[in-house]
Ligand binder design. Sequence first.
Ligand SMILES: Cc1ncc(C[n+]2csc(CCOP(=O)(O)OP(=O)(O)O)c2C)c(N)n1
Ligand code: SF4
Ligand SMILES: [Mg+2]
Length: 247
Amino acid sequence: MDLSDYTFSSQAPTWCPGCGNFAVLAAVKKSLTDLTIAPKDTVVTYDIGCGGNMVNSLRVCGFAGLHGRSIPLAVGIKKANPDLTVIAQGGDGGLLNEGVNHLIHAAQRNDNITVLLHNNFIFALTAGQASSATPKNTTTKSTPQGVEYPPLNPLLLAASSGAKFLARTSSFDLEKTAQIIKKAIVHEGFSLIEILMPCLIWSDKTSLNLLKDQVFSPKELPSEKTQILDFLAKDENRLALGVFWQK
Ligand SMILES: Cc1ncc(C[n+]2csc(CCOP(=O)(O)OP(=O)(O)O)c2C)c(N)n1
Ligand code: SF4
Ligand SMILES: [Mg+2]
């Protein structure tokens, strides 16, 4: 198994140059290659955001559904055939706005799927409206005077709903992202990876500033469930990277 096994030779991705989705695609391919999971045994579900275009570039079984619905698709597929490796991907809009209920309930039920949340802090495909992940005070097309409230933290939300594998990574670190995706895939049960990434068209200043100035890799990570909730609650001004919780 090598990278070419997961690549459609005739389909180049259509993302803008510099889009964080290129790194996620490469990281997913690397993880599957390293784990030698055959394309026929892998299903990735998508929705309508920019990241959903990956369905045309990643040569595994793909299912593109409605916006915000990649998680219920993945849950159903895994229940129908538990032998498959099932990954749901979606944007901050899809998974924290339209589909946030599915994220909470999949975490609560500990559904055995891996969720990749592509966080570019904006509704990108629809041309730059604020999502639930857009930082407070950010001006966007839909919030000309700035977002009035703090962003939702998907990891805190999933942790308090019962999730047992929680991680955050940056699309700028492809190798680390691939390593974490591998850990999440082999984890038995629900796993959530928030992947911070730039959108160079609609959230360039926000996403690049966050990725440059606000991410850090803590030396020590909490070991108790109560500590992880406190730890993630402090994320508002600095975004910790790493695998925070794995039980
Ligand atoms: C139920 C529903 N609500 C809204 C839309 C319109 N819509 C399509 S893509 C999109 C933005 C996607 O944003 P996100 O999920 O963050 O992905 P990104 O494009 O940023 O990668 C929206 C609002 C839709 N197609 N269906
Ligand atoms: S609009 Fe943003 S998220 Fe969409 S492809 Fe372009 S850079 Fe990527
Ligand atoms: Mg987005």
